[in-house]
Design a binder for this molecule. Sequence first.
Ligand code: AMP
Ligand code: GLY
Length: 417
Amino acid sequence: MKVLVVGGGGREHAIVHALAKSPKVDALWCAPGNGGIAAEATCVDIKATDVDAMVAFAKENAMDYVVVAPDDPLALGMVDALEAAGIPAFGPHKNAAIIEASKSFSKDLMKKYHIPTAKYEVFTDMEQALAYVRSEGAPIVVKADGLALGKGVVVAQTAEEAEDAVRSMMGDKKFGEAGARVVIEECMTGPEVSVLCFVDGTHFSPMLSSQDHKRAFNNDEGPNTGGMGAFAPSPKYTPEIAQRCVDTIIRPTVEAMAKEGRPFQGCLYFGLMLTPDGPKVVEYNSRFGDPETQPVLSLLKTDLMDIMLACTNGTLDQLDIQWSDGAACCIVMASGGYPASYKKGYAISGLDSVGKDVLVYHAGTKLEGGKYYTNGGRVLGVTATADTLENAIAKAYDAVHGISFQGAHYRTDIGQK
Ligand code: AMP
Ligand code: GLY
């Protein structure tokens, strides 16, 4: 098969790497890809959000299958457009990708189907939103309705902070139309766990659980980022909690989407909080998480191509998906200054020094004259597998210590909580 992966970060490198191992895959492309992905797939300079150009490329080059990884092209209907051109694809149709693209849609879905989540109200009027914040008090959470690059959520510790968030989203239009509607919700407490799930419209198969680290600095301090590291599986997601999540959250969500006439096919990501009242949904994503995918897919034993085809064909129940015992840990090495402004173009050294059981997934690199240079905020996802989580963490940090580029920044406490 000729397969095209859409996207160009660490998550896409992990997907490309897993697909490259499949005997079914003869040739791989990635658009736009990055320096590291170029070692395993032919990179094509098409923006992930350029639906028309992507479909045209896939048609002209007779792709047999396309994997759409990022949220924006899914919300724009890239899977629908590919199908209309006769090319099967991995990822939800536009009418199901809305589970991530609109927070008010997902909150209303959870209310209708009694899926546990934080209490909330939706507002399109700024004065009413401000009045609600004042009546509820802090802590309280303000969320832009639409996609805002993971930055549209403010967990406010004071009412003033929450009011400022409402004003910047609804008044100053900080996130454009994504903030014209806001969701204001109760602040939950407890550890967070990510559960990615393969779904074929009807059947589902949860992957190993994982934990992300969203803040830039140790001890969960500093600004929110796209994710500074992740490990899998999460010791907090015990078999009992996993069963409870399947019964009260995962199965009800898959069934709800089918009942709504929006059957979900692809990877459905459950961002969960293990609250004192039981597990609740923080958010849904309509795609693989980044960086969770890097450790999770590092532990996948079954052929990813077979799983993706089963998701598209509605035959996931016929597969017995296998995972390695043990654990995996991914440390993100970022550019100095990230998530605010940072410089690009620094040479990366030590990439050949990493040991066995370590995979360096590239997130923001470019390849020039046979050398790798930094080319983004998150640069590398150094990922190790081992028999235990402690060993995976130690091995990943060993590898990180051998890699360097000017201004490199990473957290030293991934997996410590
Ligand atoms: P989201 O973009 O929805 O994943 O939100 C980003 C982060 O904000 C989450 O990972 C949580 O840490 C936090 N968060 C979101 N909603 C809530 C909530 N209702 N209560 C507490 N924390 C939240
Ligand atoms: N790691 C969180 C996300 O992918 O949205």
